[in-house]
Write a protein that binds this ligand. Structure first.
Ligand SMILES: [Ca+2]
Ligand SMILES: [Ca+2]
Length: 533
């Protein structure tokens, strides 16, 4: 729901997303890439061609041959790495390149995490050698694709893309060999599976009549931006029953054409914006709703950090410590009337200067039919679902204060905004919400040595130095969280593993095990609560 993004940047972002959607996934394998094995096979896009063939200068050596056909300014080749390049301690990626025509050329290596949440990065330079040129790129001085901002890259990158003469329509023949870097020894990202949150902790079924239950909902009516709202919205929000009421099993939020004055500010439309008086960290939220329609009409089901300093919201009174987007914003469902029937989900954080990570789906008729809009929010990854179908995920590999403000409470917002392109004949439209349900995990209190339903066992409990985890035969990722959901320690385990907890202060903690379905039969995570003495 947040603020509008830079469209130019977004276009470039969309372009890359489309390219990779069309070209699919190449064969996964590991560094170094020396083209001596058949799996060292890149996928070409944008008109480029790739073959694995003989070195033009040295017999008995195979190299990658890339031909630019001049078909697109972003023609290139990419490969998906099985374990990725890790840029935490070692920051350099080594390579050899060769230009058949012998002219100088610009060479770029772009790295992507293949998970949303962090920008793609690149390093490039102009190379003048006519022979093989052996060099390295320092990714501590990488640039962000789209903004060209400098960044000291960290974490694991899974996709490696090569551009010769990027941003230019140029034909040419190039060779590449011996791409080396620090291969990650972490287990593949796919081992993080969706947790099952199945204990209902808060809900409103709207099985009553009248105003929304004031024990559960707060009306946000004070316009925080000089008498108005952000994003050039042209409504006031009210707590009038005309704009929000409950009956026949659902809550209605009604956007109306109606002159309304708040303070000195008069607007032509009224609507409602509700804040939940309940906030939570991690869990699943399901909202079953029918949407309003019309050009310029902008309904949203979303969450914000309770620490957002915004005048008039329910939580701002006590908890405001940061602004937007540092508080974090999770858009479970947004829809814009100018793009009918399309619903999308997005994540806003400080990491992309408030920019968004987004994904969506077109529904046949979200106006007359109920759909369930859901978010599953775990300590590592967030899934957005429509009718249980995944439409977007957010999974930064290295979570920082900038890209992951999501280890703190968020509260729920339900509203309809309206933008100036609304039809002159627009009269009113409404969102109907059948229910809002929040689920969290039923936590296993680990009994000393007794396996839980996933087959894992933890002992001793309480412990002073080490926790032994037994019962898995595959890599899993673990995190130790404090009771505020903050991750204090994480890593990967295999076999009869132990975790050093000697540095933790005495207290109660949770151990989260992100198994895969080879180990955790339900495909879910397991959470144990343990006591450090
Ligand atoms: Ca080779
Ligand atoms: Ca209901």
């Amino acid at each position: 729901m947040g603020f509008h993004l830079n469209l130019k940047f977004m276009r470039k972002f969309i372009f890359f997303a489309v390219v990779f959607f069309l070209t699919g996934t190449s064969w996964s394998q590991n560094l170094p890439i020396d083209f001596e094995r058949s799996e060292h096979n890149f996928s070409a896009f944008g008109g480029a061609q790739f073959t694995r063939d003989k070195d033009p200068l040295r017999i008995n050596n195979n190299v990658g041959h890339i031909t630019n056909t001049g078909g697109d300014i972003f023609e290139g080749v990419f490969i998906d790495l099985k374990n990725g390049i890790q840029l935490d301690s070692a920051k350099k990626v080594f390579f050899s390149v060769y230009h058949a025509e012998g002219d100088s050329f610009t060479f770029q290596i772009k790295l992507e995490k293949n998970t949303s949440g962090e920008p793609d990065i690149y390093v490039q330079k102009t190379i003048k050698n006519s022979n093989w040129h052996h060099d390295s790129f320092d990714f501590s001085k990488a640039k962000v694709v789209g903004t060209n901002a400098a960044v000291n890259a960290r974490g694991r990158y899974m996709r490696l893309t090569l551009f010769f003469e990027p941003d230019q329509l140029k034909t040419g023949k190039y060779c590449v060999d011996d791409i080396k870097g620090f291969a990650s020894n972490l287990p593949p990202m796919s081992s993080v599976t969706m947790p099952i949150y199945d204990k209902l902790v808060w809900s409103d079924e709207f099985n009553y009549s009248g105003k929304p239950n004031s024990e559960k909902w707060h009306h946000q009516v004070i316009p925080p931006n000089n008498g108005g709202w952000f994003n050039n919205e042209i409504q006031h929000y009210t707590d009038k029953k005309d704009n929000s009421f409950v009956g026949e099993g659902s809550m209605k939020i009604v956007l109306k054409k109606e002159k309304f004055t708040y303070g000195n500010s008069t607007k032509e439309f009224t609507s409602a914006r509700l804040n939940s008086k309940f906030a939570f960290t991690y869990g699943r939220i399901d909202v079953r709703a029918k949407l309003p329609s019309g050009s310029g009409v902008w309904p949203a089901i979303w969450t914000l950090g309770t620490n957002v300093g915004e005048t008039g919201n329910y939580w701002g009174r006590d908890a405001a410590t940061v602004g937007w987007p540092a508080c974090g914003e999770l858009d479970i469902m947004e829809s814009w009337g100018h793009n009918p029937r399309y619903v999308s989900s997005a994540v806003h954080t400080k990491a992309r200067y408030g920019g968004v990570e987004t994904g969506g789906i077109s529904l046949p008729d979200p106006y007359n039919n109920y759909h369930v809009y859901s978010m599953v929010w775990s300590p590592e990854k967030i899934w957005f679902l429509v009718d249980d179908k995944e439409i977007h995920t957010y999974h930064p590999e290295v979570r920082t204060a900038e890209n992951w403000p999501f280890a703190k409470d968020q509260y729920i917002l339900l509203n309809i905004a309206v933008l100036s392109q609304v039809d002159a004949k627009f009269d009113s439209s409404r969102m109907e919400i059948d229910y809002v349900r929040v689920y969290q995990k039923a936590i296993t209190t680990a009994v000393n040595g007794a396996p839980n339903e996933t087959g894992a066992a933890l002992y001793p409990n309480p412990t002073s130095n080490k926790l032994f985890v037994q019962g898995m035969d595959r890599y899993i990722v673990y995190s130790i969280l404090d009771m505020n959901g903050r991750i204090l320690q994480s890593g990967s385990l295999k076999g009869q593993a132990d975790i050093d907890v000697s540095k933790l202060a005495a207290g109660v903690y949770e151990l989260l095990l992100n198994g895969d379905d080879q180990w955790v039969s339900s495909g879910s995570n397991a959470i144990f609560r343990f006591v450090k003495e």
